[in-house]
Every structure is written in C-alpha cells, then in structure tokens.
Write a protein that binds this ligand. Structure first.
Ligand SMILES: O=C(O)[C@H](O)COP(=O)(O)O
Length: 244
C-alpha cells in the first residue's frame, strides 16, 4: 500500500475576505497559520514521516508546508516547488469578492465558474496588472504557458502532468510524499485519482489546513481516503464543518 498526504494551504488572507484568489500570491491569515501548525501536530502525533515534499510557487501553500514540516522537525527534507501545482487561475475574477460577484452575475453563473469542469471565468487581458506574464516566478516559462484564465480541466491537465511525471516515480520508489497545494489543485487531483465524473467533482470542496490521506494500491489506484484529525480519521458526516 502506498500512502500520500495531501493538504490544502491554511486559510489565506483572501479566503478570509472571500475573494477569488487563483494565482494572486496572498499569504496566510492568522487562522491559516494556526491551521498549518495544527496540521503538523496532527501528522506528527500519528507518526507520519516524509522523505520529499511538493508544493506550488505561491506563498500560502509554501508557508503551510514550511510550518507543517517545522512542527514535524522535517524542515531538512527536499521540497520541490512547481507552478503546475498553483491554484486554478481565476482570470478576471481574481481579487473580486465572491458575494459581490454573485450579486452582479447571479449565483448560478458564479457557481458555474467555480465548480464546472470545462468552463473558464472571463480571461485577463495582457495589459491587466493581475496578468502573471511579468512575474519573475514564471520568467522561465514560455509565455503560452502563463494563463489568462483556467477551467478546472485546464488545471487538471497541468496538475496531472506533475503528478505522473514527477511525483508518481517517487511514490513508486517508496518515498513518503506530502503535497501542499490549493483547493482546486487538489480537487483536480482527487477527480483524477477517484475517476470522478464532472457532476461529482462539482460538489467536492477541500477544507483548508486539514491533512487528506490517500491510501493507494501498487497501481496507484485509491484504496481509501480520509481526513485526519488529532483523534484520527474524521468521520465523513463531520467533514462539512471543516469546509469554509
Ligand atoms: O482561488 C480561490 O479563490 C480559492 O482558493 C478557491 O476558491 P473556490 O473554492 O471559490 O474555487
């Protein structure tokens, strides 16, 4: 049995303000820092160890990983950061308040932008200050790799590239792996691992700062998955209270 630990970053400053975030590089809120510390304590309490860690190039996800590894006295392990694990790009919605956007465009349209698989929010233009084309984090990328917006399917494509090309070889090499990422990055990975249909993933939300344990068979097919608290496996009917 192969085990991989997934964790969505702790609450961010824009989660707190209920803003669409995407590739905007906001940090953790005070509560998000607390969540990250608690996640590290949970994993340490249950005897988890890691050989290698993966995260995005966005600070909310990196800092969550740093804090988790600090709590586990594992800051020395290799950490690989890749843009392919970045949150789904929210296009011209980035920075907008979600409730205000729903009032302007309607709940149905916002839900479709947030939770459909193949529909992308309105794109940024190249001259928009929110466009990442001039961000040094992505200066090594060909410009056509830097999105103006993304559907979940677009996000899934890049996340699964990183999963299959980089992470899976380490899992098959019996490395213990933790992945610190984002709500939609992990929704895309869970959709792929569990072979979920579009309507199934529409109702999937990943709580912040809560370790999600995937037990996989030797073919990396899921055997079971569960969220972990200090008390152990979180009962499925209690997950809702963890969702913001
Ligand atoms: O990028 C964001 O706005 C959040 O991290 C995820 O937002 P969502 O849950 O509305 O997709």
């Amino acid at each position: 049995m192969i085990e991989v630990v997934l964790i969505r970053h702790g609450q961010s400053l824009w989660n707190l303000e209920n803003r669409f975030t995407g590739w905007t590089d906001v940090d953790l809120s005070e509560n998000g820092l607390i969540e990250a510390r608690k996640a590290g304590k949970i994993l340490k309490e249950h005897g988890y160890k890691f050989d290698i860690a993966y995260t995005s190039v966005l600070k909310r996800s990196i800092r969550t990983l740093w804090i988790v590894l600090h709590e586990m006295d594992l800051m020395w392990i290799p950490v690989y950061k890749c843009w392919k694990l970045n949150e789904r790009h929210y296009g011209a919605l980035q920075g907008l308040n979600k409730d205000e956007t729903a009032k302007k465009y309607g709940e149905k349209q916002v839900h479709e932008w947030r939770r459909s698989v193949n529909i992308a929010p309105p794109p940024l233009t190249k001259d928009d200050s929110r466009y990442s084309g001039g961000d040094i984090k992505y200066s090594h990328l060909p410009k056509n790799k830097i999105p103006f917006t993304e559907s979940l399917a677009d996000t899934e494509k890049r996340v699964i590239e990183e999963w299959n090309e980089v992470i899976v070889p380490n899992l098959k090499d019996n490395k213990k792996v933790i992945i610190s990422a984002h709500g939609n990055t992990l929704r895309a990975l869970v959709k792929y691992l569990d072979n979920m249909e579009s309507d199934g993933v529409a109702n999937l939300n990943i709580p912040t700062g809560t370790p999600l344990i995937y037990e996989l068979d030797d073919d990396l097919k899921p055997i079971k998955h569960y969220y972990l608290s200090l008390e152990g496996e979180v009962p499925k009917d209690e997950i809702a209270k963890y969702i913001e």
